[in-house]
Design a protein around this ligand. Structure first.
Ligand SMILES: Cc1ncc(C[n+]2csc(CCOP(=O)(O)OP(=O)(O)O)c2C)c(N)n1
Length: 379
């Protein structure tokens, strides 16, 4: 396996010292090492992967040196447009070194939302005209592979991709700030989810975002006896849970539709806030679990604690917004918001952290969808 420090050193030898992207669990050790070793503004965790390609392009235009953009292969979808209509050799010809975590690699066990993307990852790169190498997991192979990528970028002026298999990077223990340093209260997402679920009725609908929030909700739902709210865990399609929930809320104004979002997810496609605010469904409750991190894939910091999410929602047309940071405040607000017109926005400041033994949905996604659609048809 490769030491992240070594890899970063090899990139530095080639003049690559600017990094940006959205992480993936396969790249979490590398990202933790970047957080520790890069000076401010040499490593930027972006809103989405398309942003990262554009940011690295700006870096190249300013310096003549390629930047490195990391992402999960799911993020290729977000990146296709700037890769093809900005960085491509037929447009501005901008060298960008892509580092892509290969979830759903054929022959490996992974979650269903990664299967299709995993199967076509290499083919998609080929279709995009982006040459690639699978990053070797030994130091000599890795160095030779980076040299080849850099040589290509110099001569062809376009992106090159390094595809990363599971267990390519050694474990890296981060020296980055702890929860204590970030001054967050010890109020977990799982605790907040239980409080929210406990005040929901059996007619309500909940749509939850990608990552551990959906896994925690799934487990809690299983433990609820009798009638439960309708539930759709959005296992992939990060950042789109609120738009899915909007589509449902507009057709079922007899039901309260809750979207349980994450800070990383809401930031990824933040434009949807203005769309929800403008559509203004009265039955829409948007709850954001703000832990200031992409906790599900290793805890890389987001800007969640540095921007006013509730203020942004207010300015986007949500008539009622609030921010809470404790169990007591959450219970009070949940009671109050029942009597308010939506769209309502509730930001919950929580700490990072989740159970080691957290499960995953153990039913097929098709079954979950069928049950959800049948639930919505019931009066
Ligand atoms: C387009 C895309 N990029 C990256 C990922 C990998 N990913 C899965 S969950 C997640 C973090 C979500 O962060 P947040 O919404 O803040 O929730 P938290 O994990 O903190 O609960 C990431 C980056 C993905 N699934 N899809």
């Amino acid at each position: 396996m490769i030491e992240s420090d070594d890899f970063i050193g090899v990139l530095a030898d080639q003049g690559i010292d600017f990094f940006c992207g959205v992480s993936d669990s396969l790249l979490q050790d590398f990202c933790a090492c970047l957080e520790d070793s890069c000076k401010k503004n040499r490593h930027i965790i972006t809103a989405n992967e398309g942003n990262a390609v554009a940011l690295a392009s700006g870096h190249y235009l300013a310096t003549g040196c390629p930047g490195q953009v990391y992402m999960q292969n799911s993020g290729l979808g977000n990146a296709v447009n700037p890769l093809l209509s900005l960085a491509d050799a037929g447009v501005y010809g901008i060298p960008v070194l892509l580092l892509i975590g290969w979830r759903g690699e054929p022959g490996t066990a992974d979650e269903p939302q990664h299967t299709a993307q995993g199967r076509i990852t290499l083919e998609l790169l080929q279709t995009l005209g982006i040459p690639y190498r699978i990053l070797p997991s030994d130091s000599t192979g890795m160095r030779e592979c980076v040299d080849q990528a850099c040589e290509y970028m110099k001569t062809h002026r376009g992106p090159f991709a390094l595809v990363v298999r599971k267990n390519t990077f050694c474990c890296y223990v981060s020296r980055a700030v702890s929860d204590k340093d970030r001054e967050v209260p010890g109020f977990t997402r799982e605790k907040a989810i239980k409080i929210i679920m406990d005040q929901m009725g059996p007619e309500d609908v909940v749509v939850s975002t990608t990552g551990k929030a959906s896994r925690e909700l799934f487990e809690y739902m299983k433990s609820l006896a009798g009638k439960r709210p309708g539930f759709l865990p959005v296992v992939g399609s990060m950042g789109h849970a609120s738009s899915i929930a909007l589509g449902i809320a507009l057709e079922h104004n007899d039901r309260t539709v809750f979207c349980i979002d994450g800070d990383g997810s809401i930031i990824m496609h933040m434009g949807s806030l203005g769309i929800i605010g403008h559509a203004s469904p009265k039955n829409f409750v948007h709850i954001v679990m703000n832990n200031g991190a992409h906790e599900s894939v290793g805890g890389q910091p987001t800007v969640g604690f540095f921007i006013g999410l509730a203020d942004i929602a207010k300015a986007s047309g949500y008539p009622n917004v609030a921010r809470v940071a404790s169990e007591g405040e959450l219970k009070c607000q949940l009671e109050a918001l029942r009597n308010l017109d939506g769209p309502v926005f509730l930001e919950i400041r929580i700490c990072t952290g989740s159970r080691e033994n957290l499960g995953r949905p153990d039913r097929s996604l098709m079954e979950i969808k069928k049950e959800f659609m049948e639930f919505l048809q019931q009066q």
